[in-house]
Design a protein. Structure first.
Length: 241
């Protein structure tokens, strides 16, 4: 799964990287090295006339049937990730998967080692793209109407079984989308499940990614700053790769 990630890019950088031309009038989120569930995050989606737009939503998809703010928050904290294997079947996710897909930009993300790999369980790792370039998680978003008539938008990251070296850290990983698939992924009128699924199938899902161990300080949501992604050394026999 993906339970924490980092993003330092500002709106102008995101708009340039993801070819957003509609402008942005939303809040400017601060650089964050420890983004946790229910926080406000950036997403890229198609808006009016299928034009790509940058938006802010809350991380964790709110179940459409939530009756009040308390139940909405509870459902949201349990739906930060949607599994590729069942996303088109789960009631919380299936409608968004068919018509409200998005990209979730990140500088990198964290994963904690499981007992199945060669590293000490719960050892955090930071995973990032080549030359620290932005990476794009495949995501879904939705809009929930509160009892007072207001609307709250939320999103979830789509995950898949981990492959290659990432599988030695954890058994799950985010689903990444290369740039040449963004247009199709964001099309709101593309609702054929098998076609949508095909966009998530890559020959090398972990291509261009690197990982290294970091301090357990990232475990606490109260900690932040660039120091969280600083590489640390592991003792033998826990040398990465």
């Amino acid at each position: 799964m993906c339970g924490r990630y980092a993003l330092q890019a500002m709106p102008e950088e995101l708009m340039d990287a993801f070819e957003v031309t509609t402008g942005y009038a939303g809040p400017v989120l601060p650089a964050d090295w420890n983004i946790s569930p229910t926080r406000e995050i950036y997403i890229i989606r198609n808006g009016h006339e299928e034009k790509r737009e940058l938006a802010t939503v809350s991380w964790g998809l709110i179940a459409p049937w939530s009756q009040d703010t308390t139940s909405a928050l509870r459902s949201q904290s349990q739906a930060i990730n949607a599994r590729t294997e069942s996303i088109d079947e789960k009631p919380t996710f299936k409608n968004a998967f068919r018509s409200r897909r998005c990209l979730i930009p990140a500088s990198g993300y964290y994963e904690w080692a499981t007992e199945l790999g060669p590293y000490s369980p719960k050892q955090p790792f930071y995973i990032h793209g080549a030359s620290n370039s932005l990476i794009a998680f495949a995501g879904i978003w939705d809009r929930w109407r509160a009892p007072d008539g207001s609307y709250k938008e939320s999103a979830a990251i789509i995950t898949r079984p981990a492959v290659d070296f990432l599988a030695t850290v954890h058994h799950r990983m985010p689903t990444f989308l290369p740039q040449d698939r963004w247009d199709q992924w964001l099309q709101r009128d593309l609702n054929q499940v098998e076609k949508i699924r095909s966009l998530m199938v890559l020959e090398e899902p972990a291509k261009g990614l690197s990982a290294y161990p970091v301090s357990s300080k990232v475990n606490s949501t109260s900690n932040n700053g660039a120091g969280l992604i600083k590489e640390i050394e592991l003792g033998e026999p826990e040398t990465l790769f």
